[in-house]
Design a protein around this ligand. Structure first.
Ligand code: ISJ
Length: 368
């Protein structure tokens, strides 16, 4: 039962033991993974089983919560937690000046021909009077199409988010990923009119992913570009599917970080971010999710099934999401992380506004 799972998660928190509680996009159940001790486990090559939590920086270790205890419960349809008021918080003028300057530097670097695209971000700290599990329930009630989670490890910290972006999904040997970029505000009843800038920016990401996977998978296919709603925003999205063989590590390494969160070419973009953002992204723009989860799927009787019995299929599945629209919770403060892709035609003021709109996605769940 839902209240029982939340109660167990609450106890885990009071006992300072690691856990994650999450709901997948468009699903009606929550899952919780409770670790029995407070050790910090890592993955070495993504062959392990557990829930991974990876930072943006590639050289930093990826944390793994082993599947010590797994709980699942259906979310009641009368979840009383509705979203709070959308406070368009005025960020401090100093933050704005710094971000405008950072974006202008990024644009300059692109004009000099050193970069094609770079994703530049900032963080902001706000008061968070609500309990973490309350904020999580408000996320669930607000963002049906996102991957919503609350993650905690006493030796690492507490993170919470509602991300619209899949890093990858595998089920046996089929692989799905997506290219997500371009942002416009969501207006009820109005389809977004995408301009050349957003279409080109998103195409760059798609081409990058196709090239990165080219020699690692077969049967690679891309969908049409579609508009995808993420809370109060629209993004452009292409779905990419392929067949792969037991080389999950190589695929994760090829994909992370994609130019949806870092830039192109990869290394100069990484360097530019490290030298200019002036803060540590930590787990923002990293990735998280189920790694090598064994699933038993019941299949109904079929004509080809000679004994005419229902039967079970065992699958191993991995489902990883990019850690966007997220925050770090410490005591009664929340640090929200937001960014946007900068290309040749970016305008610093508009990029600032985009980070304000993105921050509202997550800020609206902090206050009742
Ligand atoms: C970097 C973020 O989002 C990414 C950047 C986008 C953009 O530049 O339009 C859109 C979706 C994400 O891939 C963020 O939300 O912080």
């Amino acid at each position: 039962m839902f209240p029982e799972v939340l109660k167990r998660v609450g106890e885990q928190l009071s006992n300072a033991l690691p856990f994650v509680v999450y709901r997948k996009p468009n699903r009606k159940e929550i899952h919780a993974i409770l670790q029995k001790d407070d050790m910090v486990h890592h993955t070495s090559d993504f062959s392990e089983k557990g829930f991974v939590f990876a930072p943006f920086a590639k050289q930093s270790p990826v944390i793994l919560l082993p599947y010590d205890e797994q709980l699942t419960a259906e979310i009641p349809s009368d979840n009383p937690f509705v979203m709070g008021a959308v406070d368009t918080l005025e960020s401090v003028a100093q933050d704005k000046d710094y971000h405008l300057h950072l974006v202008a530097q990024g644009i300059q670097e692109i004009h000099k021909g050193r970069l094609d695209k770079v994703v530049l971000s900032r963080k902001m700290e706000v008061d968070c009077p609500s309990a973490p599990l309350e904020v999580f329930q408000r996320l669930l009630a607000t963002y049906d199409t996102a991957f919503c989670y609350l993650w905690y490890h006493p030796k690492v910290g507490m993170w919470l988010g509602a991300t619209p972006e899949i890093l990858l999904r595998t089920s046996n040997n089929s692989l799905t990923t997506m290219s997500l970029a371009g942002t416009k505000p969501f207006v009820e009843g109005v389809r977004p009119a995408w301009g050349k800038k957003e279409l080109e920016e998103q195409r760059l990401v798609t081409d990058y992913i196709l090239r990165a996977l080219e020699d690692k998978v077969s049967n690679i296919r891309e969908s049409e570009v579609e508009s995808s709603q993420a809370g109060n925003l629209w993004h452009l999205r292409t779905r990419i599917t392929a067949v792969y063989k037991n080389n999950l590590r190589a695929i994760i390494e090829a994909l992370h970080p994609t130019p949806a969160v870092c830039g192109m070419p990869l290394q100069p973009a990484q360097r530019f971010i490290a030298e200019n953002e002036q803060y540590d992204r930590e787990y923002y723009t990293g990735f998280l999710g189920e790694l090598n989860l064994r699933q038993e799927i019941s299949r109904a009787k079929s004509e080809r099934n000679q004994e005419n019995k229902s039967y079970k299929v065992i699958k191993t599945a991995t489902e990883l999401f990019v850690n966007l629209r997220c925050m770090k919770l410490t005591d009664s403060k929340a640090t929200v992380f937001i960014g946007g892709g900068i290309t040749r035609d970016s305008d610093p003021e508009k990029e600032w506004q985009e980070t304000v709109a993105k921050s509202n996605t997550i800020l609206r769940v902090i206050n009742p």
